[in-house]
Design a protein around this ligand. Structure first.
Ligand code: UD1
Length: 422
């Protein structure tokens, strides 16, 4: 990471224009790294983003006996996995990053036991693990909680089963897929998540020799195999970082070409930006978002993929804060994801929250003030708001943003913003 920040200083307003490149998705790369535990030998992941969470996952895998080498210049990560990985993930690392829970499925199916500290991660709701546990129990695992750890065991191996998720949880789908690939017999998972990250993980598992059908649909059929072999896979581009740049272009009445961005992974968010008045055009290697007017307010309701992503909800609220008219943003995925609204109000945004609805009335320009990031996406949403605020905004606790946005400040500067890392 080029610059390490405790705060970002943004002198607004700004109009962003130019080109920005998007690298691999955080939420995919972390899961691919965890899934590597399934295959002994040298696994290679390409297009891995240079972000803090990748370092944390690399630390976790190293503690489990893997040898991890990250060539940041070419975004390539090699993970040499031992025959007998250690099965414990300690609090010290897990508390820093919730995606640590993704080692549960691979460890359970490969070594028959996993002890994982209960995760921390972003402050965006209760984020239970009940679906993960019910699914693993359906596959024959025994799960207990002791001293802050989840202890899951399957001494005689997991056995394929049919299981329906109550809600299409991304993390639970991933843990169940990675457990089922080496269970005995067939597993059928209903109501699974359909995020592109799930397809990415499934393709990596297939490259390792797994038998999976139905990727991208709401039912997965997985035929267990005895063992998997090391593989090479390229991480898909980050659709949330891509979407953040698209919102930044629209909000600042700018013009950004997002190289490597996949418009087909963002159909609903981009439709919303078009409704707000933006012009979206595809280019040979990505797409371009241009806005020539103050945005028109847009109603948004977050839903599992292909719905509007909860991770872009802060960006939708920030855009509406400077739009003409009023809008309602409804959060359907995480119950406590409006915490950053108080920070946005400090910039002069007109927002009232009622349960999981936020009503926003746009103002022409926000007003710079000190604010604090509460999680990755809230932090990015605040930076976008600072770009449409008059004067200086200091975004404290900017380390959250670094967890998900490689070179954020440098990219903003290249697009014309006055941003310094403090
Ligand atoms: C992942 C993403 C996160 C994104 C979210 C939804 C990573 C590292 N994080 O989080 O950025 O916002 O998907 O797209 O990939 N739930 C339960 N019980 C469970 C599991 C989930 O009640 O066992 C609830 C959660 O509290 C939440 C909802 O289900 O309200 C969705 O959570 P889930 O899809 O599992 O999100 P994560 O995988 O944690």
């Amino acid at each position: 990471m080029a610059e390490s920040s405790s705060a970002l200083r943004i002198n607004g307003p700004a109009r962003l224009s130019g080109q920005v490149s998007v690298t691999g998705a955080k939420n995919s790369a972390l899961k691919l790294m965890a899934a590597s535990l399934l295959a002994p030998g040298k696994n290679t992941l390409l297009n891995v983003p240079d972000i803090k969470d990748v370092e944390i996952m690399a630390d976790l895998l190293t503690r489990m006996g893997c040898t991890v080498a990250f060539d940041k210049a070419v975004h390539t990560l090699e993970i040499d996995v031992p025959q007998e990985p250690a099965h414990k993930a300690e609090y010290e690392l897990v508390r820093k990053m919730r995606a640590s829970i993704n080692v549960l499925g691979p460890l359970l199916t490969r070594v028959g036991i996993a002890e994982i500290s209960l995760p921390g991660g972003d402050a965006i709701g209760s984020r239970g693990l009940d679906f993960h546990i019910a699914g693993l129990e359906a596959l024959g695992a025994k799960v207990t909680f002791e001293h802050g750890y989840i202890i899951a065991s399957a001494p005689d191996g997991l056995v394929g089963a049919t299981f329906e998720l109550t809600f299409p949880s991304v993390g639970a789908t991933e843990n169940l897929m990675t457990a089922a690939v080496m269970a005995k017999g067939t597993t059928t998972l209903h109501n699974v998540a359909r995020e592109p990250d799930i397809i990415d993980l499934g393709e990596y598992l297939i490259a390792m020799g797994a038998k999976i059908e139905g990727l991208g649909s709401s039912t997965l059929t997985i035929e267990g195999v005895d063992q998997l072999h090391a593989a090479t896979h390229s991480t898909l581009p980050d659709r949330i970082v891509t979407g953040t740049w698209a919102f930044a272009a629209a909000m600042t009445q700018g013009d950004i070409t997002i190289i490597g961005g996949r418009a087909d992974h963002l159909e609903i968010p981009l439709d919303k930006l078009v409704a707000a008045g933006a012009v979206v055009t595809t280019t040979p290697d990505g797409f371009r978002v241009r806005m020539d007017q103050r945005p028109i307010a847009i109603d948004v309701a977050t839903l599992p993929y292909p719905g509007f992503p909860t991770d872009l909800q802060p960006m939708a609220i920030s855009l509406n804060s400077v739009a003409t008219g009023s809008a309602i943003v409804t959060e359907n995925v995480f119950e406590a994801r409006f915490m950053f609204v108080n920070e946005l109000r400090r910039l002069g945004a007109q927002i009232t929250v009622d349960g999981h609805h936020a009503a926003i009335t746009g103002v022409p320009l926000l007003s710079g003030a000190p604010v604090a990031a509460t999680d990755i996406r809230a932090g990015a949403g605040l930076v976008l708001a600072a770009l449409v605020a008059d004067g200086v905004t200091i975004v404290e606790d900017a380390f959250h943003i670094e967890r998900g946005y490689p070179n954020f400040a440098a990219n903003l500067r290249a697009l014309g913003a006055d941003v310094t890392v403090i």
